[in-house]
Design a protein around this ligand. Sequence first.
Ligand SMILES: NC(=O)c1ccc[n+]([C@@H]2O[C@H](COP(=O)([O-])OP(=O)(O)OC[C@H]3O[C@@H](n4cnc5c(N)ncnc54)[C@H](O)[C@@H]3O)[C@@H](O)[C@H]2O)c1
Length: 439
Amino acid sequence: MMSGGLNHRRVEVMQETASYTPKPAKQWSLRRTAEYVMREQRIFFVLLGVVITSVFFLVLQPAYRHDESSGAYLGGEELYNVEAKFGSVRAFEKAPYRMQQSAVISPGGKIPLGLQRKALRIVVTGGAGFVGSHLVDRLIERGDSVIVVDNFFTGRKENVQHHFGNPRFEMIRHDVVEPLMLEVDQIYHLACPASPVHYKFNPVKTIKTNVVGTLNMLGLAKRIGARFLLTSTSEVYGDPLEHPQKETYWGNVNPIGVRSCYDEGKRTAETLAMDYHRGAGVQVRIARIFNTYGPRMCIDDGRVVSNFVAQALRKEPMTVYGDGKQTRSFQYVADLVEGLMRLMDGEHVGPFNLGNPGEFTMLELAEVVKEVIDPSATIEYKENTSDDPHKRKPDISKAKELLGWEPKVPLKEGLPKMVEDFRKRIFGDHEEEKETLNE
Ligand SMILES: NC(=O)c1ccc[n+]([C@@H]2O[C@H](COP(=O)([O-])OP(=O)(O)OC[C@H]3O[C@@H](n4cnc5c(N)ncnc54)[C@H](O)[C@@H]3O)[C@@H](O)[C@H]2O)c1
């Protein structure tokens, strides 16, 4: 009987175990959570983890520092080497690549902690030219990777050769009239001869560069989802009837004149950019650049500042076309580059006037050049070229308001920098010529 009763209970127990029902879910309570964390020294292990991580990042890894002047971040050890060898981060960035490498090799081979802003891959068409090469300098200095696309019509390798050997710099000899496939984040489209001497040299080619070249680069931007910036020109205003020129002014352009290949070419390029923006959603930016000057401009390119400077240095009379009362505004290249980068990285399509509103007549400009180079320099008057605009002065209130940009370098400060560069190039050339003659 007894054993029968026990067996019966075991069967009951087994039956209960087989039909398992989960425990009802417990209500969350702060007290229970706190008890759980405190149990089995869990809190101790959490704190230990925090301490070990902090020691690793703050003590064993170099402290990374942001250099305000260059926007670069360098690790403690790298920074020490850079400052010891070059004096400053900016000087380091200007040094040849091989010297940079020897200075920043960090024995620990430590990997930066990702504090740096994301470096971009950027194409600069026309990057071996005057404006393009200064833009490339700034982009490389900022830490981006740059591909220069240039056919060297007016550009020179010398303008960018200080970047040769830098793995963040590449150069492709390519004519933008032909399609090109590259993977980049941004496209600065500058390729186009900018001075009258050069754009009139082969006007049909100038139109092709502006129209087919711009189409190709916009097509590329669309395919790869890159942002596209067009360097248009104040020439889209033609011989303006409104003064100073606002972006809302549609211009007064001769469609069949000798300058039309450039003026109308750029107007078409703007149209193409806007249609790719509206029709295909391409992120475009349009800059209307006013007369710009600075080091690396082509000598003897027919632009008034380079003409005057080269002539005064060579002790030739400065050529003034017409009565010299036509006005222009002159912007230093560093100001322009700052404006282009703000435009590209900002949220506004444009167009934006980028120029210096300080207005000078040709005769006033000649006076400043005389002051800087040679007070005894003389002026020679010649008949004016056709379609030469009488007045040109940007209204930059839109760029001031939306880009927070305005030019900072006055003519009297910028001109000596250009003169120094021209002096080296002109007299360097002459010395080479003399050497050749003596041989
Ligand atoms: N400098 C100014 O005052 C000024 C004023 C208004 C607009 N812009 C515009 O800014 C841009 C740059 O002007 P810049 O003064 O540096 O002129 P630049 O002549 O020095 O530079 C133009 C560059 O484009 C290259 N290029 C020309 N045609 C090309 C082609 N088909 N394919 C590939 N490369 C080509 C040239 O070799 C050169 O390197 C131009 O688009 C110009 O229209 C300049």
